[in-house]
Design a binder for this molecule. Structure first.
Ligand code: TXA
Ligand code: MG
Length: 317
């Protein structure tokens, strides 16, 4: 009973233009009614996000998505294989699309995804409208995989936080843009490239790399950043560094967290942001100079993990 009541309350906040942090299987999202301009504007404001960066629209099913975007057969094939799940499809807006123009931030496409999380699905169903939701963290900082992470960074900006425990996948969705017969990967994420390519029957096209005008505008070089300095591909951390380890423990310092002792990349993805948050929090109280991270293999979800770590380590703007 409590659960139903809570979802109803969250839905009425959304329908009144408010913001609700909701759990998804990838990361927590900061959700607003995607058809309400003022509510979507509040999302940008709460995140401190540059206005040119468009949002992902979360839907209950393919039918809901089809009311807002064109769904070419290639997109349908991918949605049937991976929805609900960690795949976002960038598709052309319909002329009569009722989503706020702010959601697509001036582009003629919208990114859509059906999350694989009961609470998020229930919320979208009760609201009966798509929810625009970026990750529920301040722009540029580490993504939230637990309700506590949202509370720490956005508590004064959101009207309600739905606590659904830790996100099971732990990195954001893979973003694929569909343009007729072309499928371009804009962001590696929770579904591995190989799995998508095996459904497509062909390789994904690489996104054109332009740092000033990224194809997925959220793909700025510095993103997902902890406050502490991050060094990558470190086999042996210095004594005054926190250590983000991967694989069998060899030289644990007192400030080590292991992403996966067995070397499992899915487990590592699920732990990535929570471990970064935790190490970031101990650096300053223990006078550590920064965080060092183990090398991570590039296969499977390793591509998404390495992408996030590289951005977290990039020079800050
Ligand atoms: O797993 C996820 O994708 C999470 C959960 C909450 O669903 N959401 C998420 O949202 O990661 P956000 O806003 O942090 O990242 C969305 C990315 C940004 O890089 C943005 O530029 C890109 O999607 N994006 C959104 N709409 C786009 C569009 N029309 N064309 C190209 N890229 C788009
Ligand atoms: Mg984000």
């Amino acid at each position: 009973m409590t659960v139903i009541y809570t979802i109803d309350k969250a839905a009425s906040i959304i329908l009144n233009g408010g913001l609700v942090a909701m759990p998804t299987e990838t990361v927590y999202g900061l959700a607003a009614d995607a058809t309400n301009d003022r509510a979507v504007a509040r999302v940008f404001e709460a995140k401190g996000r540059p206005q040119f960066n468009p949002l992902i629209m979360h839907v209950a099913n393919i039918e809901m998505a089809e009311r807002y975007v064109h769904f070419p057969s290639l997109a349908e094939k991918l949605a049937k294989a991976f929805w609900p799940g960690a795949l976002t499809l960038v598709l052309p807006r319909r002329a009569e699309c009722a989503a706020s123009l702010l959601v697509s931030a001036g582009l003629n496409t919208i990114a859509v995804r059906m999350p694989n999380h009961k609470i998020a699905q229930d919320l979208i169903k009760v609201v009966d409208r798509p929810l625009a939701a970026p990750s529920a963290n301040r722009s540029g900082s580490i993504s939230p995989t637990q309700a506590k992470h949202v509370r720490d960074s956005l508590s004064d900006k959101v009207d309600m936080i739905l606590d659904g425990g830790a996100s099971s996948i732990g990195v954001e969705s893979t973003i694929v843009k569909i343009d007729g017969e072309n499928a371009t990967i804009l962001r590696p994420g929770g579904i591995a490239r190989d799995d998508i390519e095996s459904i497509l029957g062909k390789p994904l096209i690489a996104a054109p790399s332009s740092e000033s005008q990224p194809e997925a505008p959220g793909m700025l070089p510095s993103h997902y950043a902890p406050r502490a300095r991050l060094r990558l591909n470190v086999a042996a951390p210095k004594p005054d560094e926190a250590y983000l380890e991967f694989g069998p423990t060899k030289l644990s310092t007192p400030y080590t967290l292991n992403l996966s002792k067995s070397g499992d990349l899915r487990e590592a993805a699920a732990n990535l942001f929570a471990h970064l948050h935790a190490l970031d929090d101990i650096c300053s109280p223990h006078n550590l100079t920064g965080i060092a991270a183990s090398p991570i293999p590039m296969d499977g979800l390793g591509e998404a993990i390495n992408d996030r770590l590289t951005r977290a380590a990039a020079p800050r703007p």
